[in-house]
Design a protein around this ligand. Structure first.
Ligand code: 5RP
Length: 264
């Protein structure tokens, strides 16, 4: 009797686990389809031959690079890529695209990148992958900065959907004093810890990342200014007034486009 009960429990548990797994895989497929849709449309509408293109970081940019590589091959486009991270370098080289850097190409035609959240004015929180310093440098030096994301990133105001806080890259030597000053501004700073290594996340620049959560809607420009003035802060993940266009993909392959002009 006991054995039968155990078997029944085991069977129903594994059935529930399988249902959860399939549901999870279904959601993953939907998110992947949404990211790919946004990335492909953005590349098709914004990338032309003879351009210098900034390549962002994260999971959505993978599909943009996939599409650029397809178009370079099929349409013989000449595209020079400026990476924003170690990951971006790997993506560019493994896709046989032309790799440059910001010092060789300090003026870019377009930068294309993912985001953790985008508000109605196209202000973004970035840095979920800890690459926001290079991402901001590349975006700031591009004529056009294009954001690609799945629909979950589209929000009315920053902090509504992305609750992990504003990623802030900091000099390790000063991280305690930086965190104290961030807290004195009313935010809650947390040192980002690594998951496959003991200790904190270390950026491509050898720095730490502090995620600063917040409970109110700020004047983002003023907040950016206050944060960047803290000694030891390298850069924040607040991208205010930088994006020209955002492409939000849906699981069914449709894409919603938000232009800067529409936000005025
Ligand atoms: C990395 C970033 C990414 O662009 C951001 O985290 C979005 O990533 P994903 O495309 O995986 O959602 O800012 O620093």
């Amino acid at each position: 009797m006991h054995r039968t009960l155990c078997c029944a429990v085991a069977t129903s548990t594994s059935h529930r686990a399988l249902v959860r797994l399939f549901r999870h895989l279904g959601m993953q497929d939907a998110v992947t389809a949404a990211k790919r849709a946004a990335a492909y449309r953005a590349v098709d509408e914004n990338i032309k031959t003879n351009q210098v293109v900034g390549i962002g970081s994260g999971s959505t940019i993978v599909y943009a690079v996939e599409r650029i590589a397809e178009r370079v091959k099929s349409e013989h486009l000449l595209v020079t890529c400026v990476p924003t991270s170690f990951q971006a370098v790997s993506l560019i080289t493994s896709s046989n695209l032309i790799l440059s850097d910001l010092n060789r190409h300090p003026e870019l035609d377009v930068a294309i990148d993912g985001a953790d959240e985008v508000d109605m004015q196209l202000n973004c929180i970035k840095g979920g992958g800890g690459c926001h310093t290079q991402e901001k440098l590349v975006a700031a030096n591009a004529n056009t900065f294009i954001v690609i994301a799945d629909d979950r990133k589209d929000s009315k105001t920053l902090g509504e959907k992305w609750t992990k806080g504003i990623p802030i890259e900091v000099i390790p030597f000063a991280y305690v004093s930086v965190m104290k000053r961030i807290a004195s501004l009313g935010l809650q700073p947390i040192l980002r810890m690594a998951t496959q290594k003991a200790g904190p996340v270390v950026t491509d620049n050898g720095n730490f990342v502090v995620d600063a959560t917040f409970n109110e809607v700020y004047d983002w420009c003023k907040l950016q200014h206050k944060l960047i003035c803290i000694p030891g802060v390298v850069e924040t993940g607040l991208f205010i007034g930088m994006a020209s266009k955002a492409y939000f993909g849906n699981a069914d392959g449709s894409v919603r486009v938000r232009n800067k002009e529409d936000t005025a």
